[in-house]
Design a protein around this ligand. Structure first.
Ligand code: ZN
Length: 193
């Protein structure tokens, strides 16, 4: 398992709700947490590890020992959005790129935990922001899509550098073609339908 970077096509995949939690999914979630800690992130969505599943993991403390801060959101749905707030965001799929993003300040999110329990959280602050950022990933939306034109312009060169790196990796055969990636995602999705 590894993190895919912009402009990898799996970041644009819209994932369908998962129907069940099994041992394979639990193992995958553990790997996602480990990878997130390795890169010092606070959240990681399945698309970011090239998987078509509607789930993300989160630990706002970014601390592997803080197990009670570990949250898995399966099939998250944001049912309420209120207010507006701006803060700087980054993303493990956009290394070293940070920009201010305006989002609703308070949300209510409904999701399932790894034990199958359904939960509803009313969130604000960083938690609300992070959940919105990760839920976006599951819809194929990345944080740069939500930047103001001026803020987008400010990171233009950094994005171009990531695009060049992606093209180079693909030329060298390290990244599959778009059709092969889509076929692989469809296969993985069908196996869990
Ligand atoms: Zn992200």
């Amino acid at each position: 398992m590894q993190i895919v970077k912009f402009p990898h096509p799996t970041l644009r995949h819209i994932s369908k709700p998962l129907r069940r939690v099994d041992g394979g999914l639990k193992k995958m979630v553990r790997e996602m947490f480990d990878l997130m800690y390795e890169y010092e992130g606070i959240g990681l969505a399945a698309n970011q590890v090239d998987l078509p599943y509607r789930l993300f993991v989160m630990n706002l403390a970014c601390d592997p020992d803080a197990k009670d801060e570990e949250h898995v959101f399966i099939n998250p749905v944001i049912t309420s959005r209120k207010g507006s707030a701006e803060d700087r965001e980054g993303c493990l799929s956009f290394p070293a790129i940070y920009a201010p993003v305006t989002r609703p300040e308070k949300i209510v999110v409904n999701a399932y935990a790894l034990d199958g329990r359904e939960f509803t959280y009313a969130l604000d602050g960083l938690y609300a922001r992070a959940v919105q950022h990760e839920t976006d990933h599951l819809d194929g939306v990345v944080f740069i899509d939500r930047l103001s034109p001026a803020n987008r312009l400010a990171i233009k060169d950094d994005l171009a550098a990531l695009e060049r790196e992606f093209a180079m990796l693909r030329d060298r055969g390290h990244i599959l073609g778009d059709n092969s990636i889509a076929a692989r995602l469809a296969e993985l999705e069908a196996a869990r339908a």
